[in-house]
Structures are given as C-alpha cells and as structure tokens.
Design a protein around this ligand. Structure first.
Ligand code: NAD
Length: 490
C-alpha cells in the first residue's frame, strides 16, 4: 500500500482542481519509490471537462479574443513556467528518472519555448487575400479568416512529457480553442504543474482542462469518443493511433497524429568519422532511446563498417548510466519496469534472430536501490538480416542495429523498406550526395550531419505508420483553426 504522504494529483476542470475516487500510483523508474497518487478520470469527469470547454468558447470571452490578447496570455504562461522552473524540472525528473540536466536544457526549456513561439506566430501570421474580377468586371476580394476549431482533445505520451504536451496545448490555445488534455499515465506531474500555472496566469475557467488516466476504457477513450470534441491531436504509438482513428471516425473529428518510428541513420565512407560516431551515439541513446526520432537502424558504408562499429561500441560502453542527479550522468532508466520488459524481450529476440551483440544487451547491476529501477544497457547489434523483427519493429530503447551497405541505391532501398517513415539522418561531407539522398528518404524529416536540431517553425510529422498531418509553425496554426473563405463582390 502506498504511503499516505505522497501527493495526490488531481484533474483541473472548469478552473478548479477536482479529485475522483479511483486512483493509481505513479512510481519512479529510478528505484521504484512512490512519486504520487493520481486520480483516474471517470466518464462523468471527462464529460464535465468537455462541457466546461464548450461553455468557455460559447459563453466566455475566450472565443472572441484577438490573437494579440491570446498571445499575451501564452507569454504569461511561459513566464509562469519560467518562474517555477526548478519545480518543473523536479516533476519531470521524478516521473521519468532522466538526468536533471536534460530536463533543464531540453524538456522544460522547450515547454517555455513552445508557448512563446506560438504566441508570437499567432500574433504575426496573417491570412490570404486574393483579388479577382467577376464576369461583369466588378472587383472581387476573396480572403480567408481563421476561427477556432472548438474543443480540442489532446493526448500525449511519456517520453518527453512537458515538451510534447505543450507542443499541442500552446498552438491550440493560440488559435482560440479550448482544450481537454490528457498526459500519459506514466508522467502526470509536469502537466499538473502546468494547470497550476494556467490558473495563476488567469486563463479563464474551462479554456484549459486537464484529465488524468489511462487510454482504453478510461480518460483517453472517453475523450476520443466524445461527441462534443471537434478534433483530436495525439502523439504516441502507431497502434494507439489506429485505435483512436477508429474511435474518432464516428464523429468525423479532425485528427493529427505523431506516431512511432524505426528511423535510419546512414553513414557514408566520406563522412566526418568522429562527428558521425558522436552523432549516431546521440541519436541512438539519448533519453535511453526513448525519443520517437532516435535511430534504431544504422547503415554504414562497407569500407568504414568495422571501424565504425568498434568506435560506436566504445561510446556505448563509456556512457554513464545512473540516477538523475549523479555527477556526469548521461543516461537514466527506461520509463518503467513494464517498458523494460518489452525492451529486454527484444534483446532476447535479437539473439534468437542471430544478432552479434557488440555492446550491452542486458541490465546494469548497481548493488543498491537502483536495481529496483528500470535501467538497461545501451546496446548495439550487428549481423541481423533486414527481415529480422528487431530491424523492423520499433523498440523504443537505447539500442541500434548496425549493418553495412554498398552505394546509394542499396541503402535508400533498405532505408525505405519500412512500415514507418518519421525521420532519418545522413552523414556525409559530399554536398550533392547530402541533398540527393535526403530527398529520397520516405520520411517527414531528414537531418544531414546532425540530429534533433529543430526550428519550431518547420513542419513536423511522419509518413506511413509514423503519422498523419504536420504540426509546427504555421502548420500547427492550420490544424488548430478552421479556415473560412469570404468572397466579396465590390
Ligand atoms: P501510447 O500510444 O502507449 O500512449 C500515448 C497516450 O495515449 C497516453 O496518454 C495513453 O494513455 C493514451 N492512450 C493509449 N491508448 C489509448 C486509447 N485507446 N485511446 C485514447 N488514448 C489512448 O504511447 P507511449 O508509450 O506513451 O509513447 C511512446 C510512443 O510514442 C512511441 O511509439 C513513440 O515513437 C511515439 N512518439 C511519437 C512522437 C512523434 O512525434 N512522432 C513523439 C513522441 C513519441
């Protein structure tokens, strides 16, 4: 039984924090200690949240606010996160076990940046105006106005909690919608803090609602099936996306999906060797491989193959795996013991499928409370055929398979022979090749000689099983608004 002293995380509905009877425990993946009790939303709570969100649009002033007014609110929210920066870092670290430094520089910093960027963008983005003539010669002005979509349902995953949550909440609010948002059951803490910040920033009741809970037959599904939700934006696994698409079909809701990946990094023999080794180590092991953009397939041009594998294995072996506040820690645990079981099942499967384990392949032993956590070793395999499940299925851990290739056509065919199409990396010093090969990737994003470098104004999303639609910059503004064309004969 969990100690009563752990905090209780509640929902935030219609401008007030509310509790529900059913609870679940949120435990640390570092050593299994209890982080918080979390309320599980029932259908009635989700109904109340959606009703409040509708009221806020219909009766409240929110739906009538100007982009500049909303931008001011978004900046106040960003200020509020900034003012409680250390609380947010602590919340993110408690839920995920990630290195404190990563939470500071990536998660929380990007949470703030998301509000500021969409505030500024909403204020400065105009709309189209076309001038034409009617058949009788009269002048015609045809222009476009943006209106809110309505109530937006937001469902987010655990891997970059605040970053991905705010990536959707910020543009939805910027475009004048109200939202009912559900963070992952694994990472409820930073979203709860965000509700406190919204409250303090004077966001009107009902504009931002937070419900906690799980997916199927819980808060997630209640949201996706709710008739008064106009749009669903979801980041998570492709299988979940498919279930949500079916649920959303009845109401013909707008959907935006950012889903899984099995991303490839391609290292040509002419690459800057050290930069490529460093880059692939980052793209495979950052956040213990729990970034949708991580490279789980690495293709290295044959002349470089042996040397590259040895250097990458040395990097993996040298990575400092530890608790979030340990000095020089580089990698934390996976999100949960349950997820670790899944990753370890792939470690076993790889061996059955004939892999050579070049680095890792197991669980680090600490001899203390961390052994109750969810740590795994960064792992590198070679020798698997392209048809192996470990080369085709998303594992979402600190693991990659490295294979040799011979020439551009060979590698592009193998890169694109995937059910997924989120991101890719090309490592080369040949400028023409960089452009030529990048264009042939069947993915939504390609990085050349870098990884995870994001300008938030650019489109983000994947093809095939990796997603539907694009968010980022004006692409987000388009998704989170309804465009109406007004045609005036003068
Ligand atoms: P998940 O799909 O298990 O869960 C994501 C969210 O969906 C959670 O909030 C969960 O409660 C909810 N959910 C689950 N089933 C649901 C249902 N039937 N109806 C409604 N909601 C439901 O994903 P996860 O394990 O939290 O996250 C990891 C996955 O997310 C990986 O596949 C990763 O690649 C993907 N991801 C993609 C991107 C991207 O931008 N493409 C970014 C981050 C993570």
């Amino acid at each position: 039984m969990a100690p009563a002293s752990a905090p209780l995380l509640r929902h935030y509905v219609d401008g007030a924090f509310v509790a529900t009877e059913r609870r679940f425990d949120n435990v640390s993946p570092v050593d299994g200690h209890l982080v918080a009790h979390v309320c599980e939303a029932d259908r009635a709570t989700v109904d109340r949240a959606v009703a409040a969100a509708r009221r806020a649009l219909r009766e409240g002033p929110w739906g009538e606010t100007s982009p500049a007014e909303r931008a001011a609110v978004l900046h106040r929210i960003a200020d509020g996160i900034q003012a409680r920066f250390d609380d947010f870092v602590a919340a993110e670290v408690a839920d995920t076990g990630r290195p404190v430094e990563q939470a500071r520089t990536l998660d929380i910093a990007r949470g703030i940046a998301n509000f500021r960027m969409f505030a500024d963008l909403a204020k400065t983005t105009g709309s189209e105006l076309f001038e034409m003539r009617a058949a009788d010669g009269a002048e015609v002005m045809s222009y476009v106005v943006r209106k809110p979509l309505g109530v937006v349902g937001i469902i987010s995953p655990w891997n970059l909690p605040l970053l991905l949550f705010t990536w959707k909440v910020a543009p939805a609010l910027a475009m004048g919608n109200s939202v009912v948002a559900k963070p992952s059951e694994e990472t409820p803490s930073s979203a709860t803090l965000l509700a406190e910040v919204m409250d303090a920033a004077g966001v009107p009741p009902g504009v931002f609602n937070l419900v906690h809970g799980h997916g199927p037959d819980s808060a997630g599904e209640f949201l996706t099936r709710h008739p008064d939700i106009s749009a669903i934006t979801f980041t998570g696994e492709s299988r979940t996306g498919s279930a949500i698409m079916k649920a959303a079909a009845d109401g013909v809701k707008e959907i935006s999906f950012e889903l899984g990946g099995k991303n490839a990094a391609v290292v040509f023999a002419d690459a800057d060797f050290d930069a490529a080794v460093d880059g692939v180590a980052r793209s495979s092991f950052t956040n213990a491989g729990q970034v949708c953009l991580c490279s789980e397939r690495v293709y290295v041009e044959r002349p470089l193959f042996e040397r590259f594998v040895a250097a990458l294995a040395a990097k993996a072996a040298a990575l400092k795996i530890d608790a979030p506040d340990a000095p020089d820690v580089q990698m934390g645990p996976l999100i949960s013991r349950e997820h670790r079981d899944k990753v370890l099942s792939y470690f076993r499967l790889a061996v059955e499928e004939g892999a050579t384990v070049v680095a890792g392949g197991g669980v680090p032993r600490f001899g203390d409370a961390r052994d109750a956590g969810a740590f795994v070793q960064p792992t590198i395999w070679t020798g698997l055929p392209d048809t192996a499940r470990c080369v085709r299925e998303e594992i979402f851990g600190p693991v990659c398979h490295v294979a040799p290739f011979d020439g551009e056509d060979d590698v592009i065919r193998r890169v694109n022979d995937s059910a997924y199409g989120l991101a890719g990396c090309v490592w080369t010093t040949n400028l023409s090749r960089a452009h030529r090969v990048s264009r042939r990737f069947q993915t939504g994003l390609v990085w050349v000689n870098t990884w995870f470098l994001r300008d938030l104004r650019t489109p983000f999303g994947g093809v095939k099983l990796s997603g539907l639609g694009r968010e980022g910059g004006r692409h987000s503004l388009d998704f989170y608004s309804e465009l109406t064309n007004i045609c005036v004969k003068l």
